[in-house]
Write a protein that binds this ligand. Structure first.
Ligand SMILES: [Zn+2]
Length: 107
């Protein structure tokens, strides 16, 4: 019985993370034409993430501003600068800098 619950949770998590991926993908596509709708997608994705305690993937982390939790897409509402080994994301929504380290593939 215990095993079943565990399996169910695992399955739920998988579905939830797929849903997040889908929502963020949709958000990316609609951000330019319909920013309000895109931000709503990001909001829902964030809620699912919290509910199921899902750790976002690297690519997903970059899409959400750490400060205002809004969807940020380079060239639309955020600016990306690379300096040494850090990438700086400047969010136009809240004027917050997010710094992320990155690794070279050959490192
Ligand atoms: Zn922001």
């Amino acid at each position: 019985m215990k095993k079943n619950i565990f399996l169910k949770k695992k399955k739920e998590k998988k579905i939830a993370s797929e849903r997040i991926e889908y929502l963020l993908e949709l958000g990316k596509k609609t951000l330019k034409s319909e920013p309000k709708r895109a931000q709503r997608y990001a909001e829902i994705a964030n809620k699912i993430k919290q509910k199921f305690k899902i750790r976002p993937k690297r690519e997903q982390k970059r899409l959400i501003c750490k400060s205002c939790k809004k969807l940020i897409v380079p060239g639309v509402n955020c600016r990306v600068r690379i300096k040494g080994k850090t990438i700086t994301y400047y969010c136009f929504e809240c004027r917050h800098f997010t710094r992320l380290g990155y690794k070279h593939k050959n490192d």
